[in-house]
Design a protein. Structure first.
Length: 233
């Protein structure tokens, strides 16, 4: 997979090496901005009397485990993912609406930039005892880790002459500064990124979600406004 857009990265060498130390430590749980939901994040409970029949009120918090791994290097917009719920959700009558083991589905909306990698995730649907329904939910927290992406040369217009400072062992695919300059007729300018920082949510990681909008179950009727926008069953 080709790298995301390149940019002037000479100051990144020190930052990249620091990121490598963080990744090597195996620490899980990065800054909160590393993983975020796209779309509304503030719960909007349904006013009393606005829904008749079973529904799960907005603000319900539930945990789930990742099925598979997603990260900022390999995931592209539209990449699907799912999580498996580890605690059931109850409707307003106290009955189970979403059982243990049900799945929540979503897609990767964005992976941030090369300098500031972050996973932007969108939740789209949830399995219930009444079938799979659209849902509006947000990720409050996700276990994640940093890792170092593949080393690569970023060729940029720069005052730093890579021919003078790069070692052959540092280059990608066996390239050499002299060979590249000879083939193009121009001197080689650029940086090498030895340890670009990426963000990963590994398989089995815990994710905490919250319903942003009530989950209205089949057979219920919406009698009044229950939020600004969002899916209806």
């Amino acid at each position: 997979m080709p790298p995301r857009s390149s940019f002037a990265v000479f100051p990144r060498v020190a930052r990249s090496l620091a990121a490598a130390l963080v990744a090597a430590s195996g620490v899980v749980g990065c800054a909160s901005s590393d993983v975020t939901s796209t779309g509304p994040k503030t719960p909007r409970p349904a006013p009393e009397g606005s829904i008749t029949g079973p529904f799960v009120q907005a603000g319900a918090v539930f945990g789930a485990r990742m099925n598979g791994t997603i990260d900022t290097f390999f995931a592209t917009p539209g990449t699907p993912f799912s999580v498996t719920i580890v605690n059931p959700l109850y409707d307003t009558s106290g009955h189970i609406a979403v059982p243990y083991g049900a799945k929540v589905y979503g897609t990767v909306d964005s992976s941030g930039s090369e300098e500031y990698p972050r996973l932007g995730l969108r939740i789209s649907s949830i399995e219930t005892l009444s079938g799979t329904l659209p849902v509006e939910a947000a990720i409050r927290h996700a276990q994640r880790e940093t890792w170092t992406g593949p080393a690569r040369v970023i060729r940029e217009s720069s005052s730093w002459n890579a021919s003078a400072y790069l070692n052959p062992s540092d280059l990608v695919r066996g390239d050499s500064p002299g060979g590249w300059a000879g083939a193009t007729g121009a001197p080689f300018y650029g940086d090498i990124v030895k340890a670009p920082r990426e963000v990963r949510i590994p398989d089995g990681a815990m994710v905490e979600l919250v319903l942003v909008r009530p989950l209205v179950l089949p057979g219920s009727r919406i009698l009044g406004p229950i939020g600004d926008s969002g899916p209806h069953p």
